[in-house]
Ligand binder design. Structure first.
Ligand code: UN1
Length: 510
């Protein structure tokens, strides 16, 4: 791979200029190479933070915390409102950087920036509405209530596939809660992080709170590890693979810190005989092949009731045939499927295809790597043998591979059992017009996932709901609903307005 001569490609100079930003200054030697996965060429060479520099940034965030926590909530909301406005102004330019660095199709990249704008709006609303409960005290003349207070600087570890939106879920909520944010982005998406940081940090700097947003671009060992172990960061919010979560969570637990994990998913759609197959097919194709299968919410498994399996499979095969012609340059608005992130992802795709064949799976569409620069693969449909164990279906391969398996007529419970048999528990969906099937899917014996949709796909959640999942997905909830509670500390307060001192539980101790 050729590294641009001065360390920064012409395209990147142009992309940063569209954001009114100078291009990042490359290091004199070495550094991190950011690559365009759709062309297999370097976009830039970037300096890496040392462990000392990372610790100094945490110190600066701690200092900002002493001021941010005393700002009134609605004033913190005002800062986030300005961040949202800045994103509105620069939506297209930031989307183009996401498109260039992680290969996300431009339409989806715009959607990603829109998700940032949406969470800012949501957080602004929260800044005037979050609050605690009051409880009835058993002691005469006493009042009991709880209040929520800022927690401290939050470490946000983000993944390449949503290189900016997932940070914003954390940052917008953390800031209105009064917490600075130290961002450790994926080393596969450093430019997205740098551009976002440079775009939004001045909003806080104008208010004298510039240190409340910190960006640390550094290697896992020793920089990320040092941050994860740092007791000055009371919350570690980490998005990425289950393997990453298994490395991070025990370290945070060892220092009795709090972690909020949003890890892998092996998400399924169930289609029963009453379903609208046209609707289901559209949702399945977007869920399985959108973002080149690189969402944590990507649809990876499809369980179809036997009577409609033939008809649905036919529709999917036809759709996948058309889709093969829409794989390509993510900058082209006609493209629906961009590249995988790197060569290692292609190798995992190829290994999974081999495994599918070895276990008797039937490839109905796709299955090939594309012979062109960049990291392209074909969206793939694989039919799973009925009667046999099929190990590949239990594994999350971060690529556009969809497994189809039939369940016996009337046996929705076996489809739900299959939905639940994988180690992750992120997203799930049922297509059905039967109220009984829907109630079954949502019952305590139904889907065990954090997200359970009916008549829509597994991916593409709005920010208003709490986002996350159970089991090996990590149990965290981010973005909407009451996810803000993870970013604050709860204090239970009781005040005695009487002149007596009655004890709880009726204890007399005179
Ligand atoms: C992720 O892939 O980590 O629901 C997040 C979705 C997006 C977020 C995905 N709103 O697909």
């Amino acid at each position: 791979m050729a590294t641009p001569r001065e360390g920064v490609s012409d395209e990147l100079v142009e992309l940063f200029a569209a954001l009114d930003l100078p291009p990042p200054a490359p290091p004199h030697t070495g550094g991190l190479v950011s690559e365009d996965p759709s062309r297999g060429v370097a976009l830039a060479r970037l300096p890496l933070d040392t462990i000392e520099r990372a610790r100094a940034k945490v110190t600066a965030a701690c200092d900002a915390f002493t001021r941010l926590r005393l700002e009134p909530g609605p004033a913190r909301g005002e800062l986030v409102r300005r961040m949202g406005n800045r994103l509105r102004e620069h939506k297209d330019a930031l989307a183009r950087i996401v498109c260039a660095e992680v290969g996300k199709c431009i339409e989806e990249a715009r959607g990603e920036v829109q998700e940032m704008i949406d969470i800012c709006d949501f957080a602004v609303g929260l800044s005037r509405s979050l609050g605690g409960r009051t409880m009835l005290s058993e002691r005469p003349g006493h009042r009991m209530f709880e209040q929520w207070l800022p927690l401290g600087p939050v470490l946000c570890i983000s993944a390449f596939n949503f290189p900016v939106a997932v940070w914003s879920w954390n940052a917008a909520i953390a800031l209105v809660c009064g917490d600075p944010v130290v961002w450790k982005p994926s080393l596969k998406a450093p430019l997205c992080a740098l551009a976002t940081h440079q775009l939004l940090q001045p909003v806080l700097a104008d208010a004298g709170l510039g240190d409340a947003l910190q960006l640390v671009i550094g290697p896992d060992d020793p920089v990320t590890t040092a941050l994860v172990d740092d007791p000055r960061l009371p919350l570690v919010s980490a998005t990425g693979s289950c393997a990453m979560g298994r490395a991070v969570a025990p370290r945070v637990a060892a220092r009795l810190g709090r972690s909020l994990l949003e890890l892998g998913g092996n998400n399924a759609i169930i289609v029963d005989a009453t379903a609208d197959l046209e609707l289901a097919a559209r949702a399945i194709v977007f869920g399985a092949a959108g973002t080149a299968g690189q969402r944590c919410t990507t649809t990876r498994r499809l369980f179809v009731e036997r009577t409609v399996a033939g008809a649905l499979t036919e529709r999917l095969v036809a759709a996948y045939r058309q889709l093969q012609g829409r794989v390509g340059d993510p900058r082209d608005p006609e493209t629906l499927v961009g590249p995988l992130i790197d060569g290692a992802a292609c190798a995992r795709f190829a290994a999974t295809i081999e495994e599918i064949r070895a276990h008797g799976g039937e490839l109905l569409a796709g299955g090939e790597l594309l012979d062109r620069p960049g990291y392209f693969v074909q969206p793939t449909l694989a039919r799973v043998p009925d009667a046999r164990d099929f190990p590949p279906i239990d594994t999350e391969t971060f690529a556009p591979i969809l497994y189809i398996k039939r369940f016996d007529d009337g046996a929705i419970e076996s489809a739900i059992e299959w939905n639940n048999r994988v180690e992750q528990g992120l997203s799930s969906a049922l297509f059905s017009d039967s109220v009984r099937a829907v109630e079954r899917f949502w019952s305590p014996a139904g889907s065990d996932c954090g997200i359970a949709n009916v008549n829509l796909g597994t991916s593409g959640a709005e920010i208003g709901g709490a986002f996350g999942g159970e089991k090996a997905t990590g149990g965290g909830r981010e973005a909407g609903s009451d996810a803000w509670k993870a970013y604050m500390r709860r204090q239970t307060c009781t005040v005695n307005g009487s002149r007596a001192l009655p004890l709880a539980q009726g204890i007399r101790w005179d």
